[in-house]
Design a protein. Structure first.
Length: 137
């Protein structure tokens, strides 16, 4: 079905798999990344998404979805590492409320803040505000 329909995102529930048993490699071979959260007996959810190449915004959108399955590292950290510093979204968006106090999420947020601050400093040092007319010449 996946090969025939080719969905960009595939959501599954009641997988009845533990995380270690999720078919991550098999999905990877078909061009999907898979994030799974389950205990192996009664439940299990998975999100499969078409692999994102080098677009940081697309990585963030993928991470936004995968975060719900318990994997904060995969998309969110990659997006921040590639320069997508959406501090306001990470800080205020209700979608991240349930993970906001998680140490991994806090680390990713700190990386985003540091990246945003570096970018803002470089912008100002090179006259970016003047170029935009935000300050007098």
């Amino acid at each position: 079905m996946v090969a025939r329909a080719g969905p960009a995102v595939l959501l599954t529930q009641e997988t009845k798999l533990a995380d270690a048993a999720a078919p991550v490699a098999e999905f990877g071979a078909t061009g999907y990344e898979l994030a799974h959260h389950g205990e192996g007996r009664w439940n299990g959810v998975a999100i499969g998404a078409v692999k994102v190449l080098e677009d940081p915004e697309a990585m963030f959108q993928e991470g936004y979805l995968i975060c719900y399955a318990g994997d904060k590292e995969r998309g969110l950290r990659r997006a921040v590492t590639k320069g997508y510093f959406v501090v306001e979204t990470l800080t205020r968006c209700a979608a991240f409320d349930r993970v906001r106090e998680d140490p991994v999420f806090r680390e990713i947020l700190a990386e985003a803040v540091a990246g945003r601050d570096r970018a803002l400093l470089a912008f100002r040092e090179r006259g970016g505000e003047k170029l935009l007319g935000a300050v007098a010449a």
